[in-house]
Design a protein. Structure first.
Lengths: 455, 455
């Protein structure tokens, strides 16, 4: 081990450390996993350094774990087998913005907010918005999505090309700057969502979108959850090109009112946004408004100005932290299921019934236009019975998503948290993943303990 | 070999044949490749039969080649190493249409036109339109796209889930019916575009689109090619959601006028289609019209009625056959490059200059909204000097696409025809593809001779 550390020090100088505080920091996660620190932390500045450090780790059989901002929710960046965490915070340059080709080339440590700040003067933006100010390398690795995926797609459709360092230190470039290609296996698509188990992403070419001329956002209330979710189903089926359509339940509304001084009625709400031409946005809002009215929803409360919209979505994005703050003694279990749109109302209703019966706080929200929703389960941390019940609730949600033809994760990924469902969701497909992993990382050094069948 | 044939006969009865006419039929292609017939042809009716026949082939080391409608342009379905061609024409059932989830489940032999006929009453349609009435299994395997990809994406984004028979006879299901997922490697995306080299697709779950309330189509003429391609670049950069934006050069216009009795001016044209609400379509047409006028293009000639639009696109789809008929003594070489949109005008201009200098007929058209265009090179078949020049022109196009940051195939694929460019386009990425291939098909029985580095 010391030989590996010596080689890493020789390569990176002070940018490789085995110090306790760096290790501790990179052994934590935002979710409910125990701390699992790595043996050392590297802060590379170039792809060549990443390739060299992976080669050193490969030579010594040391695990390699990528680290963006640490906002993953399924323990993706923990080090259950030790090894070296590669922190990309010093590879945070926007390398190129091509307004003509509507794309940006970035290093993996750039966060989505930093990129959008950089793009402000161009009239373009990067649409994928998981809430957290995550790094783009991390977002690609977990196939992140969030509030705008209903309109602009997930990371899968917004990453055009990648540079990746493989487990043996080889540097591979996937994709081109052309909008499409039919030249062999879609390696870009393979590395997006691979959670760092096939290689480390060292550069991304991202599709950008033009800022729409017209944007408007609104909230509306419903007397019950079913009316809200049925409204979503009808809206998606009618093809209205919603830019955002988010569900929040009455509990989240209560939390928001208390925390942010809003005065929304304590009922289930939809938070929506329309993008298009000014006239197009009016048409969309009118079509959506007709469905809302048919379902007994309230009139829209509009967020007229840009800062009103920013406040609205900031409130939504901070929902997780707001709920945790509202139950300071609770342990937080984040769930993330995604069902076919026709099953959304049933899935939410049955989930809400289970939560009500359990007596455990479990506010619900979701990117419901994709059939994707989350419950934040908040059992009291010192109550083993509540903890067991919460685990059972989370399990029932995953089980229900699979029964309804859906998936156990819409956007958070597998990491260490959802390995138990992979066999049921994928069957022989999980074996195929394991074969692909063995082909590209035969010694299993890339982010071990995650996503794949464990040896 | 006889043992394998006996087993296949026992499995499929008369639906397995080694007869000369079936073999000959499956040894031809629509492009310029020599005939390469298989040793036998199988016509399975179920996934179980496909799995059993692949297992028999695996046991005897026999190549397995998938066959849809035989419309591939790069020799994908030829049998350069013999083996068994699996003709999916008897697996042509639309298994399910879910209007609620806007998806269809189909067998691989269903053609895109058959699916759209089946969908007519639902108000939904399947948008991917490569021109040929190809099978959906084949379209997935070559990652087909075509005229509507600029709006609706390629097969990559329109296939939600697959059932695949692997080289060892295992049956794997990929994806779910939920609109998105973050549960491991994107196997669906890996099999789409794999050209049958990783397995045989036996079932597809496809995303459907709602028929837009408003559709309008038009053509407009430009004095020169550059004005037309610059119009495309500006249109795409301005974010007008074109449903189709196709370029045809003056030569194709002359061919169309002669063959179809149209009276378009013999100049470069754009053929366009708008989808949306009636008001939205008007807005789009107006925005596009402003760009056309700025670039000196003509007023639109509208295709008002559905049958006018059908005639327009049928003319476009038959361009390949029309050009071949116009030069009956020519050998036809179809090219297919795709460049970043900002490089479109340069790529088309330089290509046109090369063709003019060569003296060989080479009409140009393309799905230019994606940066994708084709030249149909038509050297006289008995003129070796023209044949050599045509090959050099095709090579120069591929070379230019790579230099401009693009790809050697936008939609036709690699097959046998473009192997020579894989190293330059992908470098180490091609080795990665070869590793993945070896992992899933260690004995190399799935469609050998295509896409991958050849042993």
């Amino acid at each position: 081990m010391q030989a590996a550390y010596d080689a890493l020090h020789a390569l990176l100088g002070e940018r490789f450390t085995t110090g306790a505080s760096d290790r501790a920091l990179h052994g934590q996660s935002e979710s409910h996993f125990a701390d699992m620190p790595p043996d050392g932390v590297a802060y590379p500045q170039t792809t060549a350094e990443v390739a060299a450090l992976v080669s050193i780790c490969a030579a010594h059989g040391l695990p390699v774990i990528g680290w963006g901002t640490g906002t993953s929710l399924e323990g993706h960046a923990l080090a259950p087998h030790g090894g070296i965490t590669v922190d990309f915070s010093r590879m945070n340059a926007v390398l190129q913005v091509s307004a003509d080709d509507m794309l940006a080339v970035v290093q993996p440590g750039v966060t989505r907010e930093a990129l959008n700040t950089e793009l402000r003067a161009t009239g373009l933006f990067f649409p994928v918005d998981p809430g957290a100010n995550a790094s783009l390398g991390g977002m690609a690795s977990t196939r992140a999505s969030g509030t705008t995926a209903v309109r602009y797609g997930t990371m899968r459709s917004n990453v055009l090309a990648l540079e990746v360092v493989l487990a043996d230190g080889r540097i591979v470039r996937t994709g081109t700057r052309a909008p499409k290609s039919s030249t062999g296996y879609d390696l870009t698509g393979l590395f997006v969502g691979a959670e760092g188990t096939l290689g480390l992403i060292t550069e991304l070419t991202l599709r950008l979108q033009g800022q729409p001329d017209g944007i408007s956002a609104a909230v509306c209330a419903f007397d019950d959850m079913d009316a809200a979710t049925q409204t979503v189903i009808m809206t998606i089926q009618s093809g209205i090109p919603m830019a955002r359509i988010e569900f929040i339940d009455a509990t989240f509304v209560r939390i928001f009112n208390a925390r942010h001084g809003t005065d929304m009625p304590e009922k289930p709400h939809l938070m929506v946004e329309f993008h298009g031409t000014p006239q197009g946005v009016r048409e969309q809002a009118e079509s959506f408004g007709n469905i809302v009215a048919d379902m007994g929803g309230s009139a829209f409360q509009w967020a007229e100005q840009a800062q009103d919209r920013a406040r609205l979505w900031s409130m939504r994005h901070n929902a997780y932290y707001a709920a945790r703050a509202a139950w300071p003694d609770a342990y937080a279990i984040t769930t993330d299921v995604c069902v076919p749109i026709s099953k959304l109302a049933q899935a939410v209703r049955e989930t809400a019934d289970d939560i009500a019966a359990s007596g455990i706080p479990g506010p619900i929200l979701g990117h419901v236009g994709d059939g994707n929703f989350h419950v934040l389960l908040l059992p009291h941390r010192d109550d083993p019975a509540q903890m067991a019940k919460a685990a059972a609730l989370a399990h029932a949600m995953a089980d229900r998503a699979l029964r309804l033809g859906g998936t156990v994760s819409g956007e958070h990924g597998i990491g260490m948290g959802k390995l138990r469902y992979m066999d049921r969701e994928h069957g022989a497909g999980w074996d195929v993943m394991t074969s692909l992993k063995a082909a590209l990382d035969p010694h299993g050094i890339m982010n071990p303990g995650k996503l794949l069948r464990q040896p």
